[in-house]
Unconditional design. Structure first.
Length: 318
């Protein structure tokens, strides 16, 4: 049974996810991306998003991929758009081109500084921060706008309170949901949601899940984005840097055994969906890694389905 077949076994519609792709760098990678899109499409994700490279380096490729998804599939694409290395006029022109291509959903981000830069410096004629970008997009068209949230706070934020106040600005300017940076300790997510709810924020806070295929790469990126990498994760993949087959097997085994964020997210987010009718959406990052992504989805869906079967059995015995 594959993930698509499994999704048909639910008494109610299966919990929904969204997928994040990164733009391919070669023709071979582009062909692999489209294979991934076609494989995941039957799962009817809430939406699929396509990222920017650091410093806005993949702007044109991102636009081409998003436009093609809108044109050739039934998926709902969301385009990442950042403030980095572009004037307001340039960013606005990209946004207008998306609208003309039928793209109605933007993931509005400040963006990472170019590789080798000491830190983020706003473009002198550009949008300074993502809250400004959100406001500018809403002036262009009635985009659906998703923004970022940081369970361990943004590395440039002085405090959690300052970080949450900044999230409020993005919402006040028109953001409809926030997707979190990935996390490996689910308590980071739950504590963050508790903080933002106490601050009066009511929009969906979508948990970001990262399939881990290469812990060395994860550590490198986590150092830039402020996500902590627990010691158990490093030990799990110790000595496997040059062995991708075993790495993938270890990653899937970790998912099956509930290691990290997967098991608790199933328990705490998808089970309430079955109990009270809420419709959670999870964002699966970096889904160009098709095998691991399908494994993540299978574990999510199997976890919820097994709970559903047990609950029905217990009800029948009562």
């Amino acid at each position: 049974m594959n993930a698509t077949q499994l999704s048909t076994r639910f008494e109610r519609p299966a919990p929904r996810v969204s997928f994040e792709f990164f733009p391919p760098k070669t023709m071979e990678m582009e062909a692999k991306l489209w294979e991934t899109v076609q494989t995941l499409a039957p799962l009817t994700p809430a939406f699929v998003s396509v990222t920017y490279g650091a410093g806005g380096t993949t702007r044109e490729r991102t636009h081409d991929i998003v436009s093609r998804i809108a044109r050739e599939t039934n998926l709902k694409p969301a385009a990442h758009l950042t403030c980095v290395n572009a004037s307001r006029e340039e960013v606005d022109n990209v946004a207008r081109a998306y609208w003309e291509a039928g793209v109605r959903h933007i993931v509005a981000l400040r963006g990472d500084p170019p590789q080798g830069a000491a830190g983020y410096v706003p473009h002198p004629e550009g949008y300074r921060y993502s809250c400004d970008l959100v406001a500018g997009l809403k002036k262009i068209a009635d985009f659906e706008i998703t923004v970022a949230a940081f369970p361990e706070k943004h590395p440039d934020s002085a405090s959690f309170d300052a970080d949450i106040e900044y999230l409020k600005k993005k919402i006040d300017n028109g953001a409809a949901r926030a997707i979190t940076q990935y996390f490996f300790d689910v308590e980071h997510y739950f504590r963050y949601v508790e903080r933002v709810r106490k601050a009066g924020i009511t929009i969906p806070i979508v948990p970001g899940i990262l399939p881990v295929g290469n812990v060395a790469q994860v550590k490198k990126f986590s150092a830039m984005c402020g996500a902590s990498v627990p010691a158990w994760l490093e030990r799990l993949f110790d000595g496997l840097d040059a062995d991708p087959t075993t790495r993938n097997a270890v990653a899937v085994a970790g998912l099956v055994n509930g290691i990290g964020s997967i098991g608790p997210v199933v328990q705490e987010l998808f089970i309430p969906y079955l109990l009270d009718g809420r419709e959670p959406i999870d964002q699966v990052h970096n889904v160009n890694m098709l095998g691991l992504t399908v494994a993540v989805l299978f574990v999510f869906l199997m976890g919820v389905l097994c709970w559903q079967i047990r609950r029905n059995d217990e009800a029948g015995k009562a």
